[in-house]
Design a protein around this ligand. Sequence first.
Ligand SMILES: [Zn+2]
Length: 320
Amino acid sequence: MTRFRRTLPPALRVIVALTLACLNGWAAAMDLVPLRVSEHVWYVRGDSGVASAANQGFNSNAGFVVTADSVVVVDALGTPALGEALLTAIRRISTLPVRRVVLTHFHADHFYGLPAFKAVGAEVWAHRAGRAYFASGEAEARLAQRRRDLFPWVDEHTTLIQADRWLDGPVRFSDGGLHFRIDILGPAHSPEDLTLTVEEDGVVFCGDILFAGRIPFVGNADSRRWLAAIDAVAALHPRILVTGHGPHSSDAAADLSLTGDYLRFLREKMGRAVADMVPFDEAYAQTDWGRFRALPAFDAANRINAYGTYLTLERESLGQ
Ligand SMILES: [Zn+2]
């Protein structure tokens, strides 16, 4: 984009710069209104569907817990401007220090907003399996895609922030009279999935283990372990589930079942195709997707989910 701007005549360059400045100002001023789900817990809810320049990258949820001493934040949204907007929204409810941000996983729509929280001294916690995301080059590749597709909300100045504390396993901690537990559930939706439970409120933040009311992004995730993770979340007996996408759930069993049903359906249909050596394109065309077609994100995610599952099941069938 910078090179593109340099090739423009000076007058046009000024217009482009002013337009981008306005757009950036608009993003910074985005007004997030937290929803309260229990005595101590709030969250902001992103749009359904995938991140786009049109929704300014606001397609995921982030939450926070106000204790007697501090604010514990869960995830940081998908752009630096959204992180700022989340902090502003928190500040309207509590001026206590934000000491920790717990990341459910390192997908772009959940952690690009971290700079705002680092700037106020928060410590970022995540599971150590997330280190591989940065070491493998996957993080850089995703950042390049976001700079293209979410410009100007993600641009050449956007930098990625890693955890300050890499967790080796489950953790319990208390803060301001509340008791928290972190359970490690990955690899499932991602290698580093974790949940944060607020014991007194019966609230579980489960990240993208659950996509309430929409098609999940599966890609090449390990869907067998993901199904096990769904069972593990159910075993926490949450009163309220705050998910990574879509509305929170007061009926965990029903909402966990939608994601579980979809994963089981993908595995059954693609598994049969792999066993019968039916090529993917043919298997995809022959599958009746009617049960899921009307759900948000179906068009954007279903084919790639099916393909990823097909490849996963091929690997499984070879014992890999
Ligand atoms: Zn995710």
